[in-house]
Design a protein around this ligand. Sequence first.
Ligand code: ATP
Ligand code: MG
Length: 555
Amino acid sequence: MSDTPKLDFIREIIASDLSSGKHETAITRFPPEPNGYLHLGHAKSICLNFGIAREHPGAKCHLRFDDTNPEKEETEYVESIKQDVKWLGFDWGDELYFASNYFQFFHDCALHLINNGLAYVDEESPEEIKLHRGNVQIPGTPSQFRDRKPDENLAAFEKMRSGGFKEGGAVLRAKIGLTSSNMNMRDPVMYRIMHAKHHNTGSDWCIYPMYDFAHPLEDALEHISHSLCTLEFENHRPLYDWFIKNCPVPSTPRQIEFARLSLSYTILSKRKLLQLVQEGHVSGWDDPRLPTISGVRRRGYPPEAILHFCKRIGITKYNGTTDVALLEHDIRDNLNGTAPRRMAVLAPLKVVIGNFTEEPTPSLVVPNHPQDDSFGEREVTFSQEIYIEREDFQEVPEKKFFRLGPERYVRLRGGPIIQCTGFEKDDSGEITLLHANLLPDTTGKDSPEGVKCKAAIHWVDAATAADAEVRLYDRLFSVEDPDAAEGGFLSVLNPESFKTVNAKVEASLLLEAPGFSCQFERTGYFVTDSKDHITGQKAVFNRTVALRDSWGKRR
Ligand code: ATP
Ligand code: MG
């Protein structure tokens, strides 16, 4: 039996193209349109395209900004996209391209098609064009401009290019046919007029190519061997091939489609993500609840866990939804092995230890990882007053509650056993303070008196604890398929997706740099916020993921 992992269908095609000699090597591309921030769906495409480039000698993946639409694109997006690709661990080397640098080539290809009687300028209104294209049942009918001679078309196209038409006044269409059952093939528009300033070419052009015309030409010009895109483009492929066949291009790329990533409880559409940002439903593109790469980075998702997730879901030809719990599982799994343990109390309740004496242990030594000694140990201070989690005390303990209650014992993690000797309440009946005694000589040992504890709770020393703002993030949407919600995706925003608590944490956590990940014992994985945490001054933590999935049992 071979232990080579089974290749996905795209890698199989590439392997066979290389072994048959059809291509010398594989050249792929990742072609984002710089009109928003990258999200986890793009990560899937990045892993595929840049991944393939790593797997064959001489293979490359181009980073190409598909910036042919002047209206929606901004340089801010270009920079964020580069940062995100790098953060995922990929490198385009010298292969950085901008489709807007090919405007002259697209124009030359258009002239070529016009000269060969394969394109015409249509001056019908957009409404008329739409009407005359028919639909799947009704064949299209020719525009009155369809049979213009090449010379006439050349002149009209030049008029388009030089600003002689208003927006919508004319388009250039490919002359393919009007009866195809594939609507994309019914004399599709190649160029439209837009009197807009482009971030790269300024006002050099007022005609801009359509995606279906530009994309195959970009691929061919860059000698892309395999142009990988998502399944929605499957019925655009005949058009892709038509432009490649009929334009003077230097190579013949092949388009192959794969299933896009779609995740439960998640929106993966740049347009909708933009809406969430612009309407202020989230704090920005890097809001830790968003599935943007910058959002999950700020949330504390390790890039390695995202790569592992992409590998695990694989590449297929069938659209389906992946359970977001699978991704969260990979995040936990990764952090379990890499994140040191710390103690933090998110809902602090003070405990006064009546019989505390300085001797013999003013500070305790605790391991930084329960299974991995290479994380070492640290000292945590211990004094007369400590904080424990409110939920670790019950005045009337319910069944199977093994933590603190009146007269009950519990072990402090890394420390001694304590016994609750009393509690205080405020006027509203809320418990404000616990009194306890410690059992001497029980740190790291069983109790000499034979007291047994089933639970060990986390705690922090009140004398040295630092205050921390802890941001508890949860899923942004409260239903599995927000896109299908009757009232639209905004109607199913999870009101509990963001809460802030004032926590008490081990003093050393204040001194960590932004981006430091750790596990708060018994609670979850947390990371110091990249924007608001100020080392030595202000501790701000984001919850990356809770220790357990609390969503599974709700369903
Ligand atoms: P969106 O649908 O979010 O607007 P897009 O497809 O318009 O995304 P592009 O910038 O054109 O965004 O995408 C760049 C590349 O990423 C394309 O090759 C596209 O197929 C791929 N891609 C986008 N979304 C996904 C996804 N959910 N799963 C896999 N690949 C994706
Ligand atoms: Mg797109």
